[in-house]
Design a protein around this ligand. Structure first.
Ligand SMILES: [Ca+2]
Ligand SMILES: [Ca+2]
Ligand SMILES: [Ca+2]
Ligand SMILES: [Ca+2]
Length: 327
């Protein structure tokens, strides 16, 4: 579990090191491969995998999963490849890596690749659609596509958050969290006698991830470098977050609505709105600019715009707080 988070920290460190110290100590460090070249190789091996393997859905203790095996040759039982499967049709979506060399600004790492991510849905989910900034409560299983060896499994769901808000919050690899945003959550049922919570109707799917949005050049546990990975992901529930705790939920701080809160920076100070406690840089904190005359926090929809303006109060530096905060 923690290795996902540890990996992320290590990767961030390595990005900083590689960008700052290119000339240092060439003997002991091998530069990472080119993202585009590696992606070309990865997508080729992923497509070969999908055309030469079949899957069977399984359900154990309310956990949806798949068994994936190579299609035997000859193939008297007529196994259908994942590529041609019509019961669980293969889908794909283009993603950009969401890794950044700082959690505070939009210093996206220099990765030009449009990653084609193949996936299939086992169950759509009946609850709320996740976003990339929600905390997600996920159980999973992961394996390497090169030899179908399982490197990790978590039948008990755990929380993942990107970017982490408090220390100790786990982050999944980029490819998994991007895919998880395509799933819908389930519903939780509490057994009053045992105290056990059962999740039903959760979104579940299988995703095939190029190494550039997995571990790339860094081996992790039994995962070698540059390894395309497969994951089964089950999204049990989600929690919306307010990353900067300014009273405006992160989902409302994606002003241009493109699903990426890192590229919305109202005051242009390099800190995106969802991580900026004073979004318009007028020296009045957002959390006190979103209160009514009695000092109560307003629901987002009810935060007024400035007189004669189109922006909400906390986003317009030309007008300020409704009431001064009393100490
Ligand atoms: Ca906020
Ligand atoms: Ca945005
Ligand atoms: Ca800002
Ligand atoms: Ca302000």
């Amino acid at each position: 579990m923690n290795k996902f988070r540890l990996y992320f920290i290590l990767l961030l460190t390595s990005v900083v090191l590689f960008s700052c110290n290119k000339d240092d100590d060439k003997s002991s460090s091998v530069p990472p491969r080119d993202y585009t070249e590696q992606y070309t190789a990865d997508i080729d091996s992923i497509e070969k995998y999908l055309k030469t393997h079949y899957l069977e859905p399984v359900e154990v203790d309310n956990r949806l999963d798949v068994i994936i095996k190579p299609i035997p040759s000859p193939n008297p039982e007529g196994f259908v490849s994942i590529w041609d499967n019509t019961e669980f049709p293969l889908q794909s979506k283009i993603f950009k890596s969401d890794l950044r060399n700082s959690s505070l600004v939009d210093g996206r790492i220099e990765d030009p690749v449009d990653y084609k991510v193949y996936y299939l849905m086992l169950q759509e989910g009946i609850g709320q659609q996740a976003t990339t900034t929600d905390s997600t409560f996920v159980s999973y299983r992961g394996w390497t596509l090169a030899d179908n060896s399982q490197f990790d499994i978590s039948n008990v769901p755990a929380w993942f958050t990107f970017p982490s808000i408090t220390e100790g919050e786990n982050q999944f690899i980029s490819g998994v969290r991007l895919f998880t945003s395509l799933l819908k959550a389930g519903t939780a049922d509490l057994n009053q006698e045992t105290g056990e919570i059962t999740y039903t109707g959760y979104g579940a799917g299988v995703v095939f991830i190029p190494s550039g949005i997995a571990y790339f050049n860094r081996p992790s546990g039994t995962i070698p470098s540059y390894a395309p990975l497969g994951f089964t992901i089950r999204l049990h529930t989600i929690r919306e977050r307010d990353h900067d705790r300014d009273g405006v939920m992160t989902k409302y701080e994606d002003l241009n609505g493109d699903g990426d809160p890192f590229n919305d920076d109202t005051d242009g100070d390099g800190l995106p709105d969802f991580l900026d406690v004073d979004d318009d840089d007028d020296d009045y904190l957002t959390r006190i600019e979103i209160r009514d005359a009695d000092g109560n926090r307003l629901p987002y929809e009810e935060i007024p715009t400035c007189p004669g303006g189109s922006l909400k109060l906390y986003l317009d530096p030309n007008c300020h707080v409704i009431i001064e905060e009393e100490e």
